[in-house]
Design a protein around this ligand. Structure first.
Ligand code: NAD
Length: 316
């Protein structure tokens, strides 16, 4: 297939690009290389494959530019991963998150509809579950409240996807990713930040008493789910959790990083942050059954791999 990966220079996007290339697809990326984190890191993420892909430096918020690209390039499929990510910064810049994640998604769906795109996969997030405390989280839950602008933009994106699928008979799959980690993980995410700071002997900020729990997903498992979603033949619109279905307390995560890095953390305990979820845990039975999703890397195996990458990564 001729596939466009939006956000293809980012953490998850760059892994997807590599996987798609290795399975024989014709890959283009759309990315604006913004400075949410150092754009040099994004350039480095795709350095190894830059000669094999078409790179379109386009801002999703620019509907005319998105439209022009789609009419010119005639893609078969879109994996829409570009977004402003992160809960806390979305509280500071809700408009930016809305424009990128909601309007940007709409611009893509519109261009996809106009140019007859066959398949569209949307990166949603576990954050749509808000403060639900019943675990594991099932796709069947009736969700009525999100607790951050980021999460609200992601659930809005899902609804735009299902609407376009319904109106225009587009094949769309939305995937709720649960905290993804691995080589090239975004530098703002906890595993990456903690590893860097513990390694450098600097204190880490721990929000809350360390009992919040997260379902951490190793990047290869996420990518396996995305690849399956791109080949999905089920209902025209569908929605799946992609997690590891294992929850780890924050204090155990820190202990795991200490062990992998070989240093003790200096902990700066701070109050819980507004917008943060107390727990995430994916029910992945639907993805297992219908996508053949089969995560194989628990945190105990993935964390040392991440730390190994961190210690040996090339300079950006
Ligand atoms: P990332 O920030 O590394 O990648 C996103 C990419 O999108 C970046 O390269 C960025 O430059 C690009 N982008 C942002 N705004 C853009 C715009 N206006 N126009 C064009 N490109 C733009 O993030 P990631 O961690 O790889 O996340 C990928 C997707 O998965 C996002 O949609 C995110 O919300 C979702 N997600 C990620 C996680 C996770 O744990 N990493 C969890 C849940 C959901």
């Amino acid at each position: 297939m001729r596939i466009l990966v939006t956000g293809g220079a980012g953490f998850i996007g760059s892994h997807l690009v590599e996987k798609l290339l290795s399975t024989g697809h014709d890959v283009s990326i759309l990315d604006d290389f913004n400075d949410f984190y150092d754009p040099q890191i994004k350039q480095a993420n795709i350095k190894a494959v830059a000669g094999e892909i078409a790179i379109h430096r386009v801002d999703l918020r620019d509907s005319a530019a998105v439209n022009m690209l789609f009419h010119r390039e005639k893609f078969d499929a879109v994996a829409h991963l570009a977004a402003r990510a992160g809960v806390r910064p979305s509280i500071r810049q809700p408009q930016l998150y809305y424009d990128t994640n909601v309007s940007g998604t709409l611009h893509l769906l519109e261009a996809a509809r106009q140019t007859g795109i066959e398949r569209f996969v949307f990166a949603s997030s576990s954050s749509v579950y808000g403060s639900v405390k019943t675990v594991p989280f099932s796709e069947d839950f009736h969700l009525t409240q999100t607790i951050s602008p980021y999460a609200a933009t992601k659930i809005a994106g899902e609804f735009l996807c299902s609407t376009y699928s319904h109106l225009y008979r587009m094949r769309v799959v939305a995937l709720r990713f649960f905290t993804v980690y691995g080589a090239r993980q975004r530098p703002d995410l906890a595993i990456h930040q903690f590893t860097k700071r513990i390694h450098d002997g600097e204190p880490i900020d721990q929000f809350g008493d360390g009992t919040t729990r997260r379902d951490y997903t190793y990047i290869d498992d996420t990518i396996q789910g995305v690849m399956a979603a791109l080949a999905y033949e089920g209902p025209l619109f569908d929605l799946f959790n992609l997690g590891e279905s294992e929850t780890i307390q924050l204090k155990d995560l820190i202990a795991g990083i200490e062990k992998a890095v070989g240093r003790k953390a200096k902990i700066n305990q701070l109050p819980e942050q507004p917008g943060d979820m107390p727990v995430t845990c994916a029910d992945i039975s639907k993805a297992r059954k219908l996508l053949g999703y089969n995560p194989t890397t628990p945190l105990s195996a993935g964390l040392p791999k991440f730390v190994d990458w961190f210690l040996n990564k090339p300079a950006a």
